[in-house]
Ligand binder design. Structure first.
Ligand SMILES: *Cc1c(COP(=O)(O)O)cnc(C)c1O
Length: 418
């Protein structure tokens, strides 16, 4: 017996019982024909919190009144602005405060972290990643290999699902890592795969990587703010993510970086540098000797882009209020309900390629369509659903617990079958 029912009344009952339901009102929901859309693309660009404008305005006001003095005398002095978001960031990814910093953008950070974490030798130079990793990650890793004089065809090991399967089995990932025990330098995997929505067993992947002497890093673009992460406890070497997907921090918003504590006091590690990574108390002495700050902050280069960071701050405060654990509890229900509805009335024969095991997915479901996929997607669009189309035949939908409702799930499936 399933605990769910395929009815609008039941969906509304779940919404009425949802302790996080009031957070929806803190966001602007796009409208089509005067009605709230079913917004299922928080995995691509999160919606705008109503407080974002106030956070940005505060900094505009301080700039207006103080000019450069805003660095020290503004309400939130810009000189140490990254500190205003470090505690929340650490909480979201399961890190110590010293292990995180927000800076730059995601692919920039991915490349930057390679300076420290990809030091290939003639014999140990390979990088393992998912075959269907996000293209930006493929480009970055290919060029990193090339930059060090390797042929990407040889240096990049791609993980493919088994014949007839869509997602990767942990045992296969681990076997591949062990197979490359002598030549693997780096494991670089998306924590949650952007295409299939699969949430990998990060802890065991870290252990496997370390057991053969490789560094293990994750791209958490689709994991941060979506699933529970324990980067410190899992002993992840490094990670980076963007803030504009689940973290609702404005288009192209600032990226986050995690560097494990074990590297926090190692000024000798290779890294690129700039004045913002240097010791804070000596920064304005304009000395020529670079002494990095302890922790992830020592990887900063430029002074912080205050306006985008203020947008990030606005959203992080809402996450703190809601709590990641609570969000995850709702997220599991929301996605389970959506999955139930799709399977319950699946006249179109759609296949959900995202794992059905809740421990192996975040909120996203990826639907494999038959030959009429593109038309189906257009029908959804016309009826006020914002979803995401991926060539050749996948529709990605992400009911996010922060602002989506059980009624959204019901409406989506109703339109799908209409
Ligand atoms: C969204 C996403 C990106 C985008 O990178 P930007 O540098 O922020 O443009 C890269 N990698 C993954 C896995 C993503 O999901």
């Amino acid at each position: 017996m399933n605990k769910y029912k395929n009815s609008l009344a039941f969906a509304r009952e779940l919404d009425a019982k949802d302790p996080l339901a009031h957070f929806r009102a803190q966001f602007y929901i796009p409208q089509v024909n005067g009605k709230d859309v079913v917004y299922f693309t928080g995995n691509s660009l999160g919606l705008q919190p109503k407080t974002t404008k106030d956070y940005i305005n505060q900094e505009l006001e301080d700039w207006k009144y103080f000019g450069v003095e805003g660095h020290f005398y503004g309400k939130n002095p810009w000189v140490g602005y990254h500190h205003f978001v470090e505690k929340q960031t650490a909480e979201i990814v399961g890190a110590k405060i010293e292990e995180v910093v927000v800076m730059n953008s995601l692919t920039v950070n991915l490349n930057l972290l390679m300076v420290t974490f990809y030091s290939p030798t003639k014999t140990r130079y390979k990088i393992i990643m998912e075959a269907d990793a996000f293209p930006s990650d493929h480009y970055a890793m290919q060029q990193q290999a090339r930059f060090h004089g390797f042929d990407p065809e040889d240096a990049i090991v791609q993980l493919y699902p088994r014949e007839g399967e869509h997602t990767l089995r942990t045992e296969d990932i681990i076997a591949e890592i062990k197979f490359h025990a002598d030549d693997l330098a780096l494991v670089m995997i998306g924590g949650v795969n952007y295409y299939t929505g699969q949430f990998f067993d990060l802890e065991n992947i870290v252990d496997a990587g370390h057991s053969i002497g490789a560094i293990v890093g994750f791209d958490l673009a689709h994991a941060a703010g979506n699933v529970i992460l324990k980067l410190h406890d899992w002993n992840v070497d490094f990670a980076t993510w963007c803030s504009y997907k689940y973290l609702n921090s404005s288009p192209g918003g600032i990226s986050g970086v995690f560097i494990h504590e074990k590297y926090s006091n190692s000024p000798e590690l290779p890294r690129f540098a700039g004045w913002w990574g240097s010791d804070e108390k000596d920064r304005f002495l304009m000395d020529k000797k670079f002494i990095p700050q302890k922790g992830a902050a020592g990887w900063q280069m430029s002074n912080a882009p205050i306006l985008t960071m203020s947008a990030h701050w606005a959203s992080l405060e809402i996450f703190m209020e809601a709590g990641m654990e609570n969000l995850r509890v709702k997220s599991i229900e929301l996605t389970n309900y959506l999955e139930f509805l799709i399977n319950d009335s699946n006249e179109l024969g759609l296949e959900i390629i995202t794992p059905s095991n809740v421990g192996e997915r975040g909120c996203q479901l990826s639907l494999l369509t038959k030959e009429n996929g593109k038309e189906l997607f257009k029908k959804l669009q016309a009826a006020g659903v914002i979803a995401d189309w991926r060539e050749p035949n996948v529709i990605r939908i992400a009911p996010v617990p922060m602002y989506n409702t059980f009624e959204d799930c019901f409406r989506f499936v109703e339109i799908l079958n209409s």
